[in-house]
Design a protein around this ligand. Structure first.
Ligand code: SDX
Length: 429
C-alpha cells in the first residue's frame, strides 16, 4: 500500500505521508501541509476527516462491522457484561477473574453520592430535562473530589476518578428519575451487581423489597454494551476536544453529555418514540410520514434512520431489534409502536429515497421500545444512552491524554468583511 501521496497546487508539488491502520484504513497526514503550502483543508462536519488514531473501537460502515478492542459487538452483547466491557474499553484487555472482581468491588464501594448533592434537586422544576440535570450533576462531582482537577494525576488518582464517575452515574440517574416522579430516592445496595443495583435504585422503593427480573437485567446489560463506544462520534469527539485542554474528566464527560443531548445524536432515541407515538395518534398512516421524511420542504426526518458512517446497516440495530421482540415476549407485553416501527422499516427499505441515500435503522430506532418495556419514561432514554456511552467516553479521554495529544484547535476559511475603518455612531446610516 502507498505510504505517501503527492498534492499538486499550482506549479508546486507537496508530498504528504499516508497513515495505514491495523484494519488497512488509510488517511493522508496533512499535519504539515499548511506549513509547506500555506493551505489548510476544509471539511465542514468532519465527514471525511480523521481527528486521531485510536486503538479502542473499529467500525466499518460499509460492512456493518463494530468491534471493541477487536472483539465483535455481537459476541460481547451475547456473552459479556457491561462492567466487563467497561473494563475492556478503558484498560484495553478483557479482565482476568481477579481483575474483574477488583474492578467490580471498587465500583460497588463508590456508588454513594455526597449528601449535599441532593440539595441540587430542590432548585429544579419537575419538568427539567434529565440530560440537563445529569450534565450539571456530573460536572459538580469535581467540587467534591478536588484531586480530580489535577491535570497530571498519579495513575492511582486517575483510576479513582474513573471509578467514582462510573460508580456514581447510576445513582445520579436514578435520583433524577425518582425526583421527576416525586418518589423518595433509593440508596445503592452494594450487595448487588452494577445493573441490578441501578434497576433497584430506579424502580424500587423504600416500602418494599425489589429485585429486577433476570430478563430485564440481561436486556439492560445488552443495551448498555451496545451503546458503550462508537469511535469518533459527535459526543466522543467533544469529550476528546474538551479533554485536550486538560480539563478534568468530569468536565470533559459533561461536554459529552451535552453533545449527546441533540436529537440528531443521542437525543434521537427519545425523538423516535415521540415520532412513533405521533404516527400512532395519526391512525398509523405510515405512508404519509414517509412522504414527509422525503419532502425537502418539510423539516421532518425519519428519526432513528440514517447514519454518518453506517451505509449498509447498523449492527447494533439488528441486535436491539431482536432483543425488543425477546423482551416484549418474555415480559408478556405487546407494544403497538413496535409494530409501527417494523412497518416503517419495511416500507422505507423498499423506497428508492432511503435506498439511494443508504438510510437504514440506526441504534436509536428500536432501543426506545425496549427502554419503554423495561419501564423507563421517554425523557429518560437519552440519559440511558449516556450511561451506556460513559465507559467509551472515559476510554477515549484516557487514550487522548496518554497519547499526549495537543490541544484541539481547528483552522477556518474566513468569509467576512475585509478591513474597514470604524464609523462613529452619529455617522452611521
Ligand atoms: C447516533 O456517529 C455516530 O456514531 C452516532 C451514533 C453513536 O453511537 O454515537 O451512532 C449515535 O447519533 C445515531 C444517529 C441518530 N440520529 C437520528 O436518528 C436522527 C435522524 N438521522 C439524521 O438526522 C441523519 O441521518 C444523521 C444525522 C444521523 C446523519 O446525517 P449525515 O451523515 O450528515 O447525512 P446528511 O444529513 O447529509 O443526509 C444525507 C441525505 C440528505 O438528503 P439529500 O440532501 O442528499 O437529498 O440523506 C437525507 C438527508 O436529507 N437524510 C434523511 C435522514 N437522514 C439523512 N432523510 C430523512 N430522514 C432521515 N433520518
Amino acid at each position: 500500500m502507498a505510504d505517501k501521496a503527492k498534492i499538486n497546487i499550482g506549479a508546486n508539488e507537496y508530498e504528504v505521508p499516508i497513515v495505514t491502520g491495523t484494519e488497512n484504513e488509510q488517511g493522508l497526514d496533512i499535519s504539515k501541509l499548511r506549513a509547506q503550502s500555506g493551505l489548510i483543508t476544509l471539511d465542514v462536519g468532519f465527514k471525511n476527516t480523521g481527528s486521531t488514531t485510536s486503538a479502542i473501537t473499529f467500525l466499518n460502515g460499509e460492512e456493518g462491522i463494530l468491534r471493541y478492542r477487536g472483539y465483535p459487538i455481537e459476541q460481547l452483547a451475547g456473552q459479556s457484561s457491561f462492567v466487563e466491557v467497561s473494563y475492556l474499553l478503558i484498560f484495553g484487555e478483557l479482565p482476568t477473574q481477579k481483575q474483574l472482581d477488583q474492578f467490580s468491588h471498587d465500583l460497588r464501594v463508590h456508588t454513594l453520592v455526597h449528601e449535599d448533592m441532593k440539595k441540587f434537586f430542590d432548585g429544579y422544576p419537575s419538568v427539567a430535562h434529565p440530560m440537563g440535570q445529569l450534565a450539571s450533576m456530573v460536572c459538580s462531582l469535581s467540587a467534591y473530589y478536588p484531586k480530580s482537577l489535577n491535570p497530571d494525576p498519579t495513575p492511582e488518582d486517575r483510576y479513582m476518578t474513573i471509578i467514582r464517575l462510573l460508580a456514581k452515574m447510576p445513582t445520579l440517574i436514578s435520583w433524577i428519575y425518582k425526583k421527576s416522579i416525586g418518589h423518595p430516592i433509593m440508596y445503592p445496595n452494594n450487595n448487588l451487581d452494577y445493573v441490578s443495583n441501578f434497576l433497584r435504585m430506579t424502580f424500587g422503593n423504600p416500602a418494599e423489597e425489589f429485585a429486577a427480573s433476570p430478563i430485564v437485567v440481561d436486556a439492560m446489560n445488552k443495551l448498555l454494551i451496545l451503546h458503550a463506544d462508537h469511535e469518533q462520534n459527535c459526543s466522543t469527539s467533544t469529550v476528546r476536544v474538551v479533554g485536550s485542554s486538560h480539563a478534568n474528566l468530569y468536565a470533559s464527560i459533561t461536554a459529552g453529555i451535552t453533545a449527546l443531548w441533540g436529537p440528531l445524536h443521542g437525543g434521537a432515541n427519545q425523538a423516535v418514540i415521540e415520532m412513533l407515538e405521533a404516527i400512532k395518534a395519526d391512525g398509523g398512516n405510515i405512508d404519509k410520514w414517509i412522504a414527509r421524511a422525503k419532502d425537502k420542504n418539510d423539516p421532518f426526518r425519519l428519526m432513528g434512520f440514517g447514519h454518518r458512517v453506517y451505509k449498509n446497516f447498523d449492527p447494533r440495530a439488528r441486535i436491539i431489534k431482536k432483543a425488543a421482540d425477546d423482551v416484549l415476549e418474555s415480559l408478556g407485553l405487546e407494544d403497538e409502536i413496535l409494530d409501527i416501527a417494523k412497518q416503517i422499516e419495511e416500507v422505507a427499505l423498499r423506497d428508492e429515497y432511503f435506498v439511494e441515500r443508504k438510510l437504514y435503522p440506526n441504534v436509536d430506532f428500536y432501543s426506545g421500545i425496549i427502554y419503554r418495556a423495561l419501564g423507563f419514561p421517554t425523557e429518560m432514554f437519552t440519559v440511558l444512552f449516556a450511561l451506556g456511552r460513559l465507559p467509551g467516553w472515559i476510554a477515549q479521554w484516557k487514550e487522548m491524554r496518554e497519547q499526549k495529544q495537543p490541544i484541539s484547535r481547528p483552522r477556518q476559511i474566513y468569509t467576512g468583511p475585509n478591513e474597514r475603518p470604524y464609523v462613529p455612531i452619529d455617522k452611521r446610516g
